[in-house]
Design a protein around this ligand. Structure first.
Ligand code: FHN
Length: 433
């Protein structure tokens, strides 16, 4: 009898776990994947010191000093409308904002912690202003939320090597997480819960599984990344495993590997630091475009991070860089939005996307005037041209496609070529060049 009971229990539990991994409607994931490009923002009182959010607490910034920065935080030039207009002009389609990072400071009018934006000299709910601006501009509104909280008395770890909190209570802390994320879903209508800080010991696979299920119970359509559970395997690279909860994978500061089966998103900084740093090194236009196009060519989304300044403005040089990307996307965006990665896997000098009977080649560098690549599966190329430009001569043999790109047709940073096929590009198996 007991064996039968435990068998039934195990079956029901594994079914419920399986259900968690596949609970998101396919059209919601496809819509997320079609957007391709989003803005990540890391911002908080730490910008008063220009050091890294969370990580500089108790290191570059003495802990007590860090925890009292909020008393000076007064970003009087903050303008949510300007931020989201900048995002839109960059060709970005969604937004993810650090509502609470590892330092425990809540950037919204939360009922569950006094350590929040309403108790700063600024006294305004920046999160609600950002949500309203996203609604105004038709931008998907998402929220970053750190599971670990090095300041919270009930979270056992304080990030200072070896300092544990004697009275920490992880179950009470988990209730705090559930209460705050419920606010983000119900009061702010977040469409993406972008978790982080899941790698430390106190957060277990069991918590992750339960949390995913709880959040989907509040809103079955909310997108939840793979850092709600233990699927990221710590701070280094990521592997998406079906045993862990999460709707998409999250390679960080690197372009994810080619994968058109599992949804994934690379998160990367436009400078070096996540939060604002004076005179931080910013990526060139070439680096930004190659990052975007190699990510999309690999089947992923790019969540590109900006760190606004202590007065609430974004740096003009970052705004200008994003505008450059937006201008390119305004002209050539059909080769990005709504496409699938491949069929040619990204290389150092080229990436590719596809949609319907078209393949788009993003060529970053080419010696001479002949581009030689394998033929696109069993398809015949019917015509070939520079996207929004002139026709190009090409030859297709049994194995090879040769495209002639005259020097005067090459564009700087990236030359986009469109191939029109006699069939559906989606059926072509990935091609290694
Ligand atoms: O520790 C954080 C870091 O500060 C930043 O928020 C990144 C963004 O994904 N996530 C963690 C490191 O993996």
């Amino acid at each position: 009898m007991k064996t039968l009971f435990s068998l039934i229990f195990t079956l029901l539990f594994s079914l419920s776990v399986f259900a968690q991994q596949t609970s998101l409607k396919p059209e919601l994931i496809k819509n997320f994947q079609d957007m391709k490009f989003g803005m990540f923002i890391h911002w908080g009182p730490v910008t008063l010191r220009g050091t890294e959010i969370g990580w500089s607490r108790g290191h570059q910034v003495e802990m007590n000093d860090y925890d009292n920065l909020y008393k000076e935080f007064n970003p009087v030039l903050f303008d949510a409308d300007k931020w989201i207009k900048t995002l839109k002009d960059a060709g970005m389609k969604y937004f993810v904002f650090t509502t609470r990072h590892h330092d425990g400071f809540s950037m919204w009018d939360t009922k569950f912690s006094d350590y929040n934006i309403m108790n700063t000299p600024y006294k305004k709910d920046v999160l609600m202003e950002l949500k309203n601006a996203c609604d105004k501009y038709g931008i998907m509104f998402g929220t970053y939320y750190s599971i670990c909280d090095w300041r919270h008395p009930n979270y056992p770890i304080s990030r200072i090597e070896g300092v544990e909190k004697p009275d920490a209570d992880m179950d009470k802390f988990y209730l705090f997480l559930k209460n705050q994320t419920k606010e983000l879903i119900e009061k702010y209508g977040t469409k993406i819960l972008w978790f982080d800080g899941e790698w430390e010991k106190p957060w277990t696979h069991e918590y992750g599984q339960d949390f995913y299920s709880y959040l989907k119970g509040l809103n079955e359509n909310v997108l939840i990344n793979n850092r709600v559970d233990k699927g990221r395997k710590g701070m280094e690279g990521t592997t998406k495993s079906k045993e862990f909860a999460g709707d998409f994978d999250t390679p960080e500061q690197r372009i994810g590997s080619f994968d058109i089966e599992n949804p994934w998103e690379t998160c990367m900084t436009i400078c070096n630091q996540w939060a604002w740093k004076p005179n931080d090194k910013m990526k060139s236009y070439d680096q930004c475009m190659q990052t975007l196009l190699k990510t999309v060519g690999g089947g992923g989304n790019l969540l590109f991070n900006v760190g606004p300044m202590l007065d609430g403005r974004m740096e003009q040089r970052q705004i200008d860089r994003l505008k450059q990307m937006g201008n390119w996307l305004k002209k050539y965006g059909e080769s990005v939005y709504g496409t699938t990665g491949g069929p040619y896997k990204p290389t150092e000098w080229m990436s590719a996307t596809r949609k319907g009977d078209k393949i788009y080649l993003h060529v970053f560098s080419l010696d001479g005037e002949e581009l030689k690549i394998p033929v696109p599966g069993n398809n015949q190329v019917k015509n070939c041209s520079i996207l929004k430009g002139k026709k190009l001569k090409f030859e297709q043999s049994k194995k090879e496609l040769i495209i002639r790109i005259p020097a005067e047709q090459k564009l700087n940073v990236v030359t986009t070529i469109v191939l029109k096929l006699n069939g559906d590009s989606g059926k072509i198996e990935p091609i290694e060049i």
